[in-house]
Write a protein that binds this ligand. Structure first.
Ligand SMILES: [Mg+2]
Length: 324
């Protein structure tokens, strides 16, 4: 059910936005018409964010827009896809001009940065809910998947993890940290950077990949299950930010890195035979992925080690099981 006052949304979401040559027909008709490159396969991802579930009232509209686009682009990155088009479904309680300004600004920024065009959408009155569908492409047969990891492959993460979870813990008053560090980790919670360029560079190098949305352990588990393998992770190798290491004790930092989500780094595996090519590609790449362990042949078994001794998270020490 679209309604009158939302006609103005057209103005917010089309004027001076990126235009791509492969959009034959964009916003304004019943459907978009899009031209796929020769020999490409289409990769499609959708994510919804609901007020009160995925973000709270204090979250700026600009951050909501950035994040809902970023989580979709992160899924495309995990598939090795080059992003191209976004569509938007927006449910709003009211047509608040300030909110719409902030939201459209945030969405335009990320579209500009990644060269994506908004190709359509829908607006409805109701409780605040934002859904984005991202479309991208890969050369046929080269998409990164979760099911290709093999025993002996090296396991990597693309950057520091745990920061968004630390920001959330501060927001929910479960811990306190300095204002300077809070600003840094809040930036990671509100404005995650999907590893779009790295994902494309990993095509034909990585044997499997996933983006870290729910926490390293939870998401790595998806690779282990799909590939029918296990993994050994050295928790001392987990990349941690300065904001993290200066704010919490060493064990707590490892717990954040293992268990909290929302950082949108990539977790991926590289076969020994591709390690040389991988190191060469990375030498010219701004991202600095860190090797955190290796894939094993013990199906669905994740072993956490510290100084070669088994390591258990706080939750496990309290009786929770990561695999329950
Ligand atoms: Mg994902």
């Amino acid at each position: 059910m679209a309604f009158g006052e939302f006609d103005l949304i057209d103005n917010y979401f089309t004027h001076r936005w990126p235009q791509r040559d492969d959009v034959v027909l964009g916003v304004g008709d019943d459907g978009a018409v899009l031209a796929l490159p020769q020999g490409a396969e289409l990769v499609v991802a959708t994510d919804t964010m609901v007020s009160g579930v995925h973000f709270d009232e204090q979250t700026p509209a600009r951050a909501i827009a950035h994040k809902v686009a970023a989580v979709n682009l992160s899924d495309l990155a995990a598939m090795g896809a080059e992003p191209a088009w976004l569509s938007l479904a927006l449910t709003l309680p009211e047509a608040d001009q300030d909110w719409l300004n902030g939201f459209s600004h945030g969405l335009k920024e990320i579209c500009d940065y990644y060269g994506c065009q908004l190709i359509g959408g829908d607006t409805t009155k109701g409780p605040l809910t934002v859904t984005v569908t991202a479309h991208g492409f890969v050369p046929a047969g080269t998409a990164l998947r979760r099911d290709g990891a093999k025993p002996g492959d090296w396991l990597f993460v693309s950057g520091c993890i745990g920061d968004a979870g630390l920001a959330l813990a501060v927001q929910q008053q479960r811990t306190t940290i300095s204002d300077a560090h809070y600003r840094r980790v809040l930036e990671r919670l509100y404005f995650p950077s999907p590893r779009v360029a790295l994902g494309q560079n990993l095509r034909e190098i990585a044997s499997s990949a996933i983006d870290i949305s729910d926490g390293l352990v939870a998401d790595l588990k998806h690779i282990l299950k799909a590939s029918n393998v296990g993994a050994r992770v050295d928790v001392d190798e987990l990349p941690l930010s300065l904001a993290m290491t200066e704010s919490v004790a060493a064990d707590a930092a490892i717990d954040y890195a293992l268990s909290s989500g929302d950082d949108y780094e990539l977790c991926f595996t590289v076969p020994e035979s591709r390690r040389g090519v991988f190191d060469t590609v990375l030498a010219h790449h701004p991202a600095k992925p860190i090797c955190i362990g290796r894939i094993t042949n013990e199906a669905n078994t994740l072993t956490l080690l510290r100084n070669d001794e088994p390591w258990f998270s706080q939750r496990e020490r309290e009786g929770y099981d990561h695999f329950s």
